[in-house]
Write a new protein. Structure first.
Length: 447
C-alpha cells in the first residue's frame, strides 16, 4: 500500500534533483515529516550527467564574483547564500563522506571524479533525516486548500501537505526528468514566468558548409566576439582584447555584445565548446533584436603586424612550398583548405606566388573568421534553462511564494541561471536548503 496517499504530510517536495533532495533533507532535519515525489525512477539524474559525469558542484570564487556569474538576477541569491553557501555545502558533503578537490577556474569536484558519489551523499542526507521518497510519481497539479495546505495530484491519486516545495527543475535535457512541469504548476497557481530560453547551448551558423568542413576541429587560445550586426558589417578592429559578459570585470560597447578568450569547436551545424556556450545566452537574446555574428580571432596573441611579418618571412623562406603546406604551422590541417577557399587561393599555389593581396586575405581570416548566427540548438539541448518563475514573486530569504502561503520554489525552476563552473548546482543546493528549512518552519507554525 502507498503509505502517503490520503495522509497528511508536513512538507511535500516535488522533484529529486539537487534542489529537491537538499530541500527534502533539510526540511526533515528541521523536524518535518517529508514526502518527496519524483517523476523518474531514480534521484539526481541530472547530477549524474553534470560536469561530464564528474559533477562540478561549486566554485571557489568569492561571493561578489560568484553572484556576478548569474547576471542581474544574481542579487536574489544573497539571501540564500548568506544562510547556506559553498563552505556549508562542502561541510555537508564531507560529513556524508565526499571529499572534494579544486581544479582550474576554481571548479570544485568530488575527489573520486564520480557524480554518483554526490547523489549517494544526498540520498544518505535525506534518509538519515527520515525523508520518504516515491519514485515514478509525476505530479500533475498542486491544488491550494486554503489554510489547510495543499492537495498534490499525480497520475494515481492525491496527497495532502501543509506546504509544498516545487523543485521540478528546468526544461533542458528532458531525459533527466526535467521537462518543464514546474513552470506549468507555478503558472497554474498564478505565478508569472520570465520567458524560457536556452542557455549554455551550441550555436547554429548560416555558413553551415564552412562549419561542416571544419567539423570536429577544437581550437584553444582563440577570442570569439559576438556583434549585433551581419558578419560582413562587423568591424574587427572593435574586438576587445579583454573578456566581457557576465562574470567579467569589463563590459562591452555596442555593437560588440560579448567577447571571450578560450576554447571552442566546430560542429556540423555551427559553433560549440566552452567560449561559445558562455556567450550563447547573450546571442540568443540579441537574435530577437536583429542579426548577430561571431568573429573568431584565431591568432589573438599576435597583432596583425606581427602576423604579417611572420607570414611574409615564411613565404620567403619556403617559396617553393605549397601555401597549404606552409599554413600547417598556423592552423589545424582540417581548416587549411576551407580558409584558403574563403581567401580565393588555390591550396597548391607555390608560396612565392602569394602576393600582398593574398597575404592580406589570409591575415584577415586569421584575425576575424566570420560567421552569421541563425539560432541555437533547442532548449532540450541546452545545459540550463534561462527564465522561469519570476523572482519578484518569491521571497529571497525563504524561497516562499508571495502569492500562496505555504508554497516554496527552489532550483532551476526559478528565473536563475549561471555560467559554467559549478554555479548552477550551488544555486540549486542553496535555494533548496533555504526552501526546505523555511517550509519546515512554516509547517511547524501551522499545526
Ligand atoms: C549535461 C549537463 C551538465 C551540467 N553540468 C553542471 C555542472 O557541472 N555544474 C553545475 O553547477 N551545473 C551543471 N549543470 C546544470 C545543473 O545540473 C542544473 O542546473 C541543476 O541540476 C538543477 O537542479 P534542480 O534540482 O533545480 O533540477 P533538476 O536536477 O532538473 O531536478 C528536477 C527533478 O524534478 C523531477 N520532476 C520534474 N517534473 C516532475 C513532476 N511533474 N513530478 C515529480 N518530479 C518531477 C525531475 O525528474 C528531476 O528529478 C549541468 C546540466 C547539464 C544538462
Amino acid at each position: 500500500m502507498d503509505f502517503a496517499r490520503n495522509t497528511q504530510t508536513d512538507v511535500l517536495v516535488i522533484g529529486a534533483g539537487a534542489a529537491g533532495m537538499m530541500a527534502a533533507g533539510r526540511a526533515a532535519r528541521t523536524g518535518a515529516r517529508v514526502l518527496l515525489l519524483e517523476k523518474t525512477g531514480q534521484c539526481g539524474k541530472k547530477i549524474l550527467v553534470s560536469g561530464k559525469t564528474r559533477c562540478n558542484l561549486t566554485n571557489t570564487a568569492g561571493l561578489a564574483q560568484f553572484i556576478s556569474m548569474y547576471g542581474p538576477n544574481g542579487r536574489f541569491l544573497h539571501g540564500a547564500f548568506s544562510r547556506f553557501f559553498r563552505d556549508e555545502l562542502l561541510s555537508l558533503f564531507t560529513s556524508c563522506g565526499v571529499a572534494t578537490k579544486v581544479e582550474r577556474g576554481g571548479r570544485i569536484f568530488p575527489v573520486s571524479d564520480d557524480a554518483r558519489d554526490v547523489v549517494t551523499a544526498m540520498r544518505s542526507y535525506m534518509t538519515q533525516g527520515g525523508v520518504r521518497i516515491i519514485f515514478n510519481s509525476a505530479v500533475s497539479a498542486i491544488i491550494p486548500e486554503g489554510p489547510g495546505g495543499f492537495t498534490v495530484r499525480n497520475g494515481s491519486g492525491d496527497y495532502h501537505a501543509r506546504c509544498v516545495v516545487v523543485a521540478a527543475g528546468g526544461a533542458s535535457w528532458p531525459a533527466t526528468g526535467s521537462t518543464g512541469d514546474g513552470y506549468k504548476m507555478a503558472n497554474a497557481l498564478g505565478h508569472s514566468l520570465s520567458p524560457l530560453l536556452p542557455a549554455l547551448v551550441p550555436l547554429v551558423v548560416k555558413e553551415t558548409q564552412l562549419a561542416k568542413s571544419m567539423q570536429g576541429v577544437s581550437l584553444r587560445n582563440i577570442r570569439a566576439c559576438a556583434f549585433q550586426c551581419d558578419a560582413s558589417a562587423a568591424d574587427e578592429t572593435l574586438i576587445p582584447s579583454y573578456d566581457s559578459g557576465r562574470g567579467a570585470k569589463k563590459s562591452s560597447r555596442p555593437p560588440v555584445l560579448e567577447s571571450r578568450f578560450g576554447e571552442m569547436l566546430f560542429t556540423h551545424f555551427g559553433l560549440g565548446g566552452p567560449v561559445i556556450l558562455l556567450m550563447s545566452l547573450t546571442v540568443v537574446r540579441a537574435l530577437a533584436k536583429g542579426p548577430v555574428s561571431i568573429l573568431i580571432d584565431l591568432k589573438s596573441a599576435l597583432s596583425r603586424d606581427q602576423l604579417h611579418r611572420r607570414l611574409l618571412a615564411d613565404l620567403d623562406r619556403f617559396g617553393k612550398r605549397k601555401i597549404a603546406s606552409i599554413l600547417k604551422e598556423y592552423l589545424p590541417a582540417k581548416m587549411i583548405e576551407p580558409l584558403l577557399a574563403l581567401a580565393g587561393i588555390d591550396a597548391h599555389t607555390p608560396a612565392h606566388q602569394i602576393g600582398a593581396g593574398g597575404r592580406e586575405k589570409i591575415i584577415a581570416l586569421f584575425k576575424a573568421l566570420r560567421f552569421n548566427i541563425s539560432g541555437s540548438l533547442p532548449l532540450s539541448k541546452a545545459i540550463v534553462t534561462a527564465g522561469g518563475v519570476s523572482l519578484k514573486e518569491v521571497a529571497p530569504r525563504t524561497m516562499a511564494s508571495r502569492i500562496h502561503p505555504g508554497l516554496f520554489f527552489c532550483g532551476e525552476v526559478l528565473d536563475l541561471d549561471a555560467d559554467t563552473g559549478g554555479y548552477n548546482l550551488q544555486a540549486a543546493f542553496s535555494t533548496g536548503y533555504v526552501a526546505g528549512e523555511s517550509a519546515a518552519q512554516y509547517a511547524r507554525r501551522r499545526p
